[in-house]
Design a protein around this ligand. Structure first.
Ligand SMILES: Nc1ncnc2c1ncn2[C@@H]1O[C@H](COP(=O)(O)OP(=O)(O)O)[C@@H](O)[C@H]1O
Ligand SMILES: [Ca+2]
Length: 537
């Protein structure tokens, strides 16, 4: 703990040293007496002055060291706000970091994740007037948490992901309308609004990669990390990043080898003085919600009498959906067939093997007019090393108890999934009280989909390679927003850090060294003085 002034002990030891010194000087003066010789006179008059001068100088140095040690070091914090406008929901993250910067990149951590009530921002195209209410609660939270005098300098960014990417493909004007409305709304707050935009799939993947490697302490050995074992790990390989959203999914990693085909998919970063070339690919329409819609669209053509059996839903579970709802998305339009009814009743049969087979068809055919949808045609270097999987990967696998630390073989995974999917809906619904029905009813599909997706990425034994992550080191959530913020801190002006005061051990060592020097000066001075006194006498 640093204090504003010298502590009691420090004061006492300084006073004690002073008393001893003056006593020594007095005895020196006394022993020198009033002698006749000139040198004797010189020493008797000036010896005390010289030693007194050295004493006062040393005291000044000691006090200066003490003051620099004890100077109040109130850190200058900066704040940044990033809105993650996802396809299913929006979350506002507030980050905080010291103005002190290391190699051009600030040390940023999350102080708030405010979930905006309501669906994804892309659904507001026809109700722009509702946007102020949508964002007001979280913006209020930002005003509360960030000190008022910091508001003007605090940047706000809004990044929209796959939901807005899809809307933009369907109707670019509508997507721009939403962004404009959000822009004028966020600009009206006292913060420094820096833009609302749709981030590309590559950015989403790459910033997610930066986030997890930053939080794991891999990018910089001196960065903030609560786990000392993670420090000084310069040669540690970076983690690959797997992000699964509602409308798109990303895979990002540093490839071992780069081919001509993959070179164009590399993103380059310089972080903490090091260069990174990262391969990233975003699969639009391969997010969980869009994958389910595509599956339902694909299988609804098998409907007889307005109903069909769905192996990825629990036995006894029923859902009636509007055909318009499933056929009308960009991702599912290729499955559109004419059916003599508007609604369809989907009845669960809870058959894990059949569910996997059905999901398989989503990967094996090119169903989409955009090249990025063609899963199998994407050239990609082979995966290697460790990966961190977050967002829906984490929510689903954690719920199903299928994270890497809980499974050890394919048989174990299959057995768990078979049992879960075949559990009657009534049992599931009464066992997991409090879980949102949408999530609960879709965990069988979601788990099966994730297993297939990882298989297509060539993770045959994912539990040996993938860590499912949520909040890393209790510091911040895994996701693209922190990486975005980290990258943007390069353009946020930051003061040069004030010179660092001494650490406590350095301070104590300095005090000891100066005391020893002081004592040595006295001993030497008095020896020399007495020698010369005897010599002249
Ligand atoms: N607790 C949860 N359990 C299961 N799924 C969840 C949970 N919370 C969020 N999700 C899912 O995670 C996904 C998040 O996607 P989102 O970030 O909104 O989309 P995108 O990144 O594609 O724009 C959605 O499919 C959402 O339904
Ligand atoms: Ca997301």
């Amino acid at each position: 703990m640093r204090k504003d002034c010298l502590s009691g002990n420090q004061k006492r030891s300084a006073l004690g040293a002073g008393r001893i010194l003056f006593a020594s000087l007095a005895s020196l003066s006394f022993s020198s007496g009033y002698q006749d010789s000139r040198l004797k006179k010189f020493f008797s008059r000036n010896g005390t002055v010289i030693l007194g001068f050295i004493f006062i100088l040393s005291l000044i140095v000691l006090f200066a060291v003490g003051l620099s040690q004890n100077r109040k070091t109130s850190e200058n914090f900066k704040y940044g706000i990033v809105f993650d406008a996802g396809s299913s929901h929006t979350t506002m993250y507030i980050y905080k970091w010291s103005a002190e910067k290391v190699n051009d990149t600030g040390l940023v951590y999350e102080i708030e994740a405010c979930k905006v009530k309501g669906p994804g921002i892309s659904t507001y195209a026809t109700k722009l007037q509702e946007l102020p209410i949508y964002l007001t609660q979280c913006m209020g939270r930002a005003k509360e948490l960030i000190p008022k005098y910091k508001h003007q300098e605090t940047p706000i960014y809004l990044g929209a992901t796959a939901g807005m990417r899809l809307l933009s493909l369907e109707d670019a004007k509508l997507a721009n309308k939403i962004l404009s409305a959000v822009t004028s709304l966020l600009s009206s707050y006292p913060f420094n609004f820096r833009g609302a935009r749709i981030i590309s799939g590559s950015e989403e993947g790459a910033y997610g990669w930066i986030t997890i490697n930053y939080l794991l302490g891999i990018l910089k050995e001196k960065q903030y990390s609560k786990d000392p074992s993670l420090e000084k790990n310069e040669s540690q390989e970076t983690y690959g990043a797997l992000d699964l959203g509602g409308a798109s999914t990303q895979i990002t990693f540093v490839p071992k080898t780069v081919t001509k085909n993959t070179a164009s998919k590399l993103m380059k970063f310089r972080l903490y003085g090091k260069n990174y070339s990262v391969f990233t690919h975003s699969y639009l329409c391969y997010g969980m919600d869009q994958a389910l819609l595509r599956k339902l669209a694909k299988d609804s053509k098998n409907a007889v009498l307005e109903a069909y059996m769905e192996p990825c839903f629990h036995p006894g579970y029923e859902r009636t959906v509007d055909l318009h709802e499933i056929y009308n998305t960009t991702c599912a339009w290729t499955f559109k067939v004419w059916l003599p009814f508007n609604k369809i009743r989907i009845q669960g049969s809870g058959n894990f093997e059949k569910c996997l087979q059905s999901i398989n068809e989503l990967f094996s055919i090119s169903y989409c007019r955009y090249t990025s949808c063609a899963f199998n045609s994407v050239s990609r270097p082979s995966v290697h090393g460790k990966f961190g999987a977050f967002s829906a990967y984490y929510y689903v696998m954690e719920f199903l108890n299928l994270t890497s630390d809980k499974v050890s073989s394919r048989d174990m995974v299959n057995e768990k999934m078979r049992t879960f999917c075949s559990t009657p809906w009534e049992v599931v619904n009464t066992t997991f009280i409090g879980v949102k029905e949408k999530y609960l009813s879709e965990y069988c599909f979601a788990g099966s989909y994730i297993l297939k997706l990882l298989e297509y990425y060539n993770f045959t034994d994912y539990w040996n390679h993938i860590e499912f992550m949520d909040k890393i080191n209790n510091n911040a959530e895994a996701g693209w927003t922190l990486g975005y913020m980290l990258n943007l801190t390069n353009i946020i002006p930051a003061e040069l850090p004030p010179p660092k005061p001494f650490s406590r051990p350095t301070y104590i060592s300095l005090m000891v060294v100066f005391s020893l020097v002081l004592a040595a000066v006295f001993i030497l001075g008095s020896v020399l003085f007495h020698k010369s006194w005897y010599f002249w006498n």
